[in-house]
Write a protein that binds this ligand. Structure first.
Ligand code: GDP
Length: 292
């Protein structure tokens, strides 16, 4: 598998007997290849180089441990488990095709297990694509979750409004809202999201409204640009890294934290409903470095 290939490469690099200039250069290249981003890769290697000199690190074990602790500073997770009482609202954002709808279904299943199916509501606020509404409905049927929807091309703000009202009336704990992700029509997208944001912001208690971006792990640094657009439009509380099973690398999560201050909440590792796991910094860094 490609992911092993990347980790294996790092492993081999660390297996070298000499930690000289060539080693640090190759390490920088490998980290860039691992989607850490050029700026961050140089910064991380610079920090490692300084630590090596200062702490007189010389063995593979010492160097790996030091690099791990440097990366861990940027491997920031966030717990998004909804509260049992009161209502939470998660606006799920992302470019078309990144795995937004699938991730909503995965979260729906996860939260339904903890809170009960009747307390989880899905909102089809991507009204631009009729297929997106249908897809969410199919997930809802399979998972036994209520889906609030309107006609396609209707106002997504109205869908969000209705879903929150329905959730309050029925004592639901969480609404997960799908949104349109037409980045090529940025001005329109931003306007639409700002409207939804205003409605949700006015109807939820403080701290109960979260904006979550889904990023396809295979898009690499392009994901960082996507995050910038959505952060600028409505702000972001967390990221879900989707398709991690098909990605050779995982450095994007570190770059997101360091450059934009956005923590990662979940990592998705397949198309099945159960293929989602909370972001665990320790094991994520271990995996990135090709094993502990
Ligand atoms: P959306 O347009 O952002 O809502 O994307 P979808 O949820 O429709 O997903 C697009 C495609 O990616 C679908 O074929 C999904 O099955 C697939 N997909 C979503 N998440 C994952 C994942 O974690 N791993 C893999 N391998 N495929 C995924």
């Amino acid at each position: 598998m490609a992911k092993l290939g990347f980790g294996e490469k790092l492993r081999r690099l660390f297996g070298l007997a000499r930690y000289d200039e060539n080693f640090f250069e190759d390490l920088t290249d490998s980290l860039i290849e691992g989607d850490l981003g050029t700026k961050q890769a140089y910064a991380v290697v610079e920090e490692l180089r300084a630590a090596c000199a200062q702490k007189r690190l010389s063995t593979e074990q010492e160097l790996r441990a030091e690099l791990k602790s440097i990366l861990l500073k940027d491997a920031c997770g966030i717990d998004l488990s909804p509260e049992k009482s009161g209502l939470s609202f998660y606006l799920v954002l992302g470019v078309n095709g990144v795995g937004k709808t699938t991730s909503i279904a995965k979260l729906g299943r996860l939260y339904a297990e903890k809170l009960g199916k009747e307390r989880v509501i899905l909102a089809a606020a991507d009204t631009f694509r009729a297929a997106a509404i249908e897809q969410l409905e199919i997930h809802g049927q399979r998972l036994g979750l209520r889906v609030v929807r309107h006609q396609s091309s209707s106002d997504p703000g109205a869908v969000v409004y209705d879903a929150i009202e329905a959730a309050k009336a029925s004592g639901a704990a969480i609404v997960l809202a799908d949104t349109a992700g037409r980045l090529h029509n940025k001005a329109h997208l931003v306007k639409e999201l700002e409207k939804i944001d205003k409605i949700a912001g006015s109807k939820l208690a403080a701290g109960r409204y979260k904006k979550i971006l889904v990023l396809d792990s295979t898009t690499g640094q392009n994901g960082l640009r996507q995050a910038e657009v959505f952060k600028e439009a409505v702000g972001l509380d967390a990221v879900i890294m989707s398709k991690y099973d098909s990605s050779a690398r995982g450095g994007l999560a570190f770059a997101l934290m360091r450059e934009l201050g956005i923590p990662t909440a979940y990592v998705c590792v397949g198309e099945g409903y159960q293929d989602i796991r909370p972001f665990d910094p320790q094991s994520y860094v271990d995996e990135f470095l090709g094993g502990s």
